[in-house]
Design a protein around this ligand. Sequence first.
Ligand SMILES: C[S@@+](CC[C@H](N)C(=O)[O-])C[C@H]1O[C@@H](n2cnc3c(N)ncnc32)[C@H](O)[C@@H]1O
Length: 228
Amino acid sequence: MNLMGDPRQSQGTLNLPFAGPALTLAQRTNRWPLTAWGYAGWRRRSLTLLTGEAFPLAREAALFRALCRPRPGEGWLDAGTSTGFYAGVLAGAGCRVLAADLSAPMLAAARRQTPHPHIDWFLTNLEASGLPDAAFDGVTVGATLNETREPARLLAELARLTRPGGQLWLMYVGRTGHPLQPLLTLPALGGLTFPDPAWVARHLPGCARTDAVQVGAVVFERYVKAQG
Ligand SMILES: C[S@@+](CC[C@H](N)C(=O)[O-])C[C@H]1O[C@@H](n2cnc3c(N)ncnc32)[C@H](O)[C@@H]1O
């Protein structure tokens, strides 16, 4: 099943009504056109605010490229692409990308802001996408883990979608003990999750962590899925 390279896939799914598992408040707000409109501006500054040091997108892209070394021709899933930051980095490295998100307004903004012939846009909830096993050489997960309703289910799904020997790149806000974090986990205040890296490791079946970098509250990790 070739998921990338057939633009009808993304065009068709973008037009379907969304159906799937229940969503957190954070996920629902990402489906507002206003959130999609403002997202790229927030994203440019987000890691500087969350790490407490200068952390432009170019630094994040350089860290990702240095640790994951995406190669031309590889097929990647950008899980929760928003406006397509990781999708754009991957396409720039010559990869084919399925950029998936559950927000149609985010995908529409991404298509405008990060157009590239190697990127297909796909509207889905990745906790239950129905994509086939081992479909991707690599998966990027930029902060989607913080927002999804069932992070353990998302991680299991992303491990399933990665081919043996393939890699997963995670960027997320980890558990810090900051007093705001328990509040933001409340359903009415966002329903966010702030995972502990040891918890993440336990929930990526058959995957081994090869790299971990923490800057302030932000965790970057590379995992490799075991061969066969
Ligand atoms: C914090 S944003 C990060 C976006 C992007 N990865 C980046 O690095 O800029 C998280 C995105 O993931 C999407 N998302 C959250 N849970 C999802 C899920 N279960 N399936 C698909 N997309 C999801 C949201 O709609 C949102 O656009």
